[in-house]
Design a protein around this ligand. Structure first.
Ligand SMILES: Cc1ncc(COP(=O)(O)O)c(C=O)c1O
Length: 418
């Protein structure tokens, strides 16, 4: 009897991810070395590796398109690895932090404290005090927080620089994660801002501007353009109530990167062109204002990989499972549990079998006792065996630091900057 077997075609690398990492003789490379060599160098798996060259290139490419007057800030939360932010800090105009821990990291980069902004709801007294002492800009998230900062500053005789984070009356369409519009814990509703500015004028605070951030992980330039236009208009309206001129309009982050089949890289050039117009309008309506973008994912996301090793391989009722030493506890986002509504696979490859034609359909999982611990489900990949290295691409942002590493008490993975 003859049987025709249709072999599944390898899914990744199918779209735009691999151009960032090269392959030589069937082996994926990062930082000019094979992933197996890196694994030896690190001494254990899993690990994260970030290529500094790619981050630099990304920033340079972006800057070459953006109008010169647009400031480029980095949101440390996207990837707070110290070596990475130390390398990145001189390339950007500012760092956005979201905790006292990130403040300590940002200060270690040596960046001018005036270019550090502290954003995020629920800052506690010790965080506010540390930020005031360090003299960084505080992005106010509520009326109570504004009063708290003023009270702390009163004690220390400082005059903190503050911006108001505005929850706009619009949302960023087609964004992976909404950060504004509707009811949200982020920022102060736009309609409450006039009254707050009036009160701010009576406090010992230096008002410097607004922070308006509508949404994250957006791949639609039109939607970003629309939101940025609306952001400028809102800032102009609100500036009428400001106690002093607006010196900074921070338009937040949100530029997305492609993760899934069918997604395309964000087209920056229409956004850059529109920002040039926004800058012109701002020059007239908010003449003292600097305009800033505060990007996280877009700057570092594509420069990172997560590497884990196949520990076991088994078949369960017709489905093949590769059990790895990585998983949800170290890469929550790839498991689909960090904001995905319908779970999709991050791009995954077998690092040491990049050109193998012999493929099979597998489920790649971790070793946690939960069915949520998925690295990739039902993916066609070269036939992998115990010892092979699985690489999750697009892992430079919201990877390790956005994962529940304590779950099951496995050791922390290494992070290397190449
Ligand atoms: C205040 C603030 N700024 C910037 C960012 C960065 O967003 P992204 O990584 O989408 O650029 C975030 C992300 O949540 C944020 O909360």
């Amino acid at each position: 009897m003859t049987m025709t077997v249709t072999k599944p075609k390898p899914t990744p690398p199918r779209h735009c991810h691999l151009p960032y990492f090269s392959t030589q003789n069937g082996h994926l490379q990062a930082g000019g070395k094979r992933i197996e060599q890196l694994a030896q160098q690190v001494g254990s798996t899993p690990f994260y590796a970030y290529e500094s060259r790619l981050i630099k290139q990304r920033i340079q490419a972006l800057r070459s398109e953006l109008p010169k007057s647009i400031r480029l800030h980095y949101a440390v939360k996207a990837n707070p690895m110290l070596a990475l932010i130390q390398q990145l800090a001189p390339e950007v105009d500012g760092l956005d932090i979201a905790s006292k821990g990130e403040l300590a990291l940002a200060l270690q980069t040596g960046i001018d404290v005036r270019n550090i902004s502290f954003t995020g709801p629920g800052k506690d007294a010790s965080e506010l005090q540390a930020a005031i002492t360090a003299d960084v800009t505080l992005n106010i998230e509520s009326a109570a927080e504004m009063r708290h900062i003023a009270a702390l500053a009163g004690n220390s005789k400082a005059r903190p620089r503050v911006t108001l984070r505005v929850n706009p009356d619009f949302a960023l369409k087609s964004s992976g994660m909404r950060m504004g519009g509707g009811s949200t814990p982020f920022g102060i509703d736009a309609e409450q801002i006039p009254a707050l500015l009036k009160e701010l004028a009576t406090l010992n605070l230096e008002f410097i501007g607004f922070h308006i951030f509508a949404g994250s992980q957006n791949l639609q330039s039109n939607a970003i353009i629309e939101a940025q236009n609306a952001t400028l208009q809102l800032a102009i309206q609100l500036s009428e109530y400001a106690p002093s001129s607006v010196q900074l309009l921070n338009m937040g982050g949100g530029f997305g990167i492609p993760y899934f089949p069918g997604e395309n890289p964000l087209d920056i050039s229409p956004i850059a062109k529109n920002l040039a117009q926004i800058a012109e309008q701002a020059q007239i309506a908010l003449p003292e204002a600097k305009l800033a973008l505060e990007l996280g994912r877009y700057l570092v996301g594509e420069a990172g990989i997560y590497v884990c090793r196949v520990l076991d391989k088994k078949v369960s009722r017709g489905q093949t499972f590769l059990i790895t030493d990585g998983g949800l506890h170290q890469h929550l986002a790839a498991s689909g549990n960090f904001g995905q509504v319908i779970r999709k696979n991050y791009p995954v490859v077998i690092a040491n079998k990049m050109s193998d034609e012999d493929t099979e359909m597998v489920n790649i999982v971790g070793r946690l006792c939960t069915p949520l611990d998925i690295v990739a489900s039902k993916v066609a990949l070269p036939r992998a065996e115990v010892g092979d290295l699985v690489v999750v691409l697009q892992s430079g942002a919201y990877g390790l630091s956005a994962s529940p590493t304590a779950f099951l008490s496995h050791p922390l993975p290494e992070e290397i900057l190449l």
